[in-house]
Ligand binder design. Structure first.
Ligand SMILES: [Mn+2]
Length: 336
């Protein structure tokens, strides 16, 4: 692993004097260009996502990445507010050029800026909802796509509000151990925001699908559920094909709760449920969704305090990078 990273790093360092992976040399003026070695090891440096530029200038960006450090309504173990930081740190060991098994570097094709985290008043759900929707609307108005890192899953509601304002009712492609559409909870929270999203008309249930579910909810609200047992028996390719059949043409929003993965692969989360996907299986399903028109994505519920050896954060960073490869796969190289 270390050997592979070093080889990749040498390749990318020699390829371009302005590589954004060269120790942040583009972002910081008046400092040393780069380390003498020409590359920076994964444990070192500023932890922007994938070492992409830190910026709130969205004009030139194809994709804006943000963190939403919120765990206000977490129903079991809190700590997802540290998710964005954990995922960014884990991403540094992936920031060495071509991403396996895609065979290309998505940042040769997509300009991504890491906008940092959305700030809101700690402890106030309304503040998080307002600030997140406002930020997302500003990004989308500038023409960029948004890749959001949670945070608890409630963050998807203001993100869906902003995306639906631009695109109309969305197909929801939802990876999760839980449906998060329970209708019997008195307050808005991370177990019912998709029930509220349905009531608000943000989601088209007939074009939506939930993948990896392995908890009970008496109501499916008309959304197709590919539960974890069915999916694992059917195989990744069959799951991808069924998701594409349900979604069809039109804008889709991807939301990935890391607890879709089995706790063996993602212990660092608030409400783990056994019997889930391996990281590899989830990657295969995601990579198979090649004809869906994704307009945005969030990846949520990483809680690094319960993680072991960083495997949950690494899985999340890898899945976020897979999503970027998925939307970049048919694009030409930038400026080339
Ligand atoms: Mn969940």
């Amino acid at each position: 692993m270390v050997q592979a990273n070093q080889e990749g790093a040498e390749d990318s360092a020699s390829a371009s004097a302005t590589s954004p992976r060269k120790a942040g040399s583009e972002e910081i003026s008046g400092t040393a260009e780069s380390p003498e070695s020409g590359w920076e090891p994964a444990y070192s440096g500023i932890a922007n996502f994938m070492r992409q530029p830190s910026s709130r200038d969205f004009e030139a960006a194809d994709v804006v990445l943000c963190g939403i450090p919120c765990d206000l309504t977490t129903s079991n173990r809190p700590g997802a507010r540290f998710g964005p930081r954990g995922i960014r740190a884990a991403s540094l060991q992936l920031a060495y050029g071509e991403h396996w098994p895609w065979g290309f570097d998505p940042f040769d094709r997509l300009a991504l800026v890491d906008a940092g985290d959305i700030s809101f008043s700690p402890g106030y759900v309304d503040s998080m909802l307002r600030e997140t929707e406002s930020f997302a609307r500003a990004v989308l108005a500038g023409g960029a796509s948004l890749l959001s890192l949670g945070g608890e899953h409630l963050v998807s509601l203001p993100l869906l509000r902003a995306h639906a304002a631009v695109h109309g009712p969305l197909s929801l492609v939802h990876f999760d151990a839980h449906s998060d559409s329970w209708s019997d909870e008195p307050e808005l929270g991370h177990g019912n925001m998709f029930y509220h999203a349905l009531n608000e008309g943000l989601i088209d249930p007939s074009r939506s699908v939930q993948i990896g579910v392995r908890t009970y909810n008496a109501e499916d609200h008309g959304i197709e559920i590919l539960d974890a047992d069915w999916a694992l028996d059917a195989g990744a390719d069959a799951v991808s094909r069924r998701v594409e059949e349900v979604v069809g043409p039109g804008p889709a929003y991807l939301t990935f709760d890391v607890d879709c993965l089995d706790p063996a692969y993602a212990p660092g989360t608030g409400t783990p449920v056994v019997g889930g996907f391996s990281t590899r299986f989830a990657r295969q399903v995601l990579a198979g969704l090649t004809v869906i028109e994704f307009v945005g994505m969030d990846l949520v519920e990483v809680a690094p305090a319960y993680d072991h050896a960083g495997i949950t954060s690494l899985a999340a960073a890898t899945l976020a990078l897979d999503f970027l490869c998925l939307i970049a796969r048919d694009r030409p190289e930038r400026g080339g």
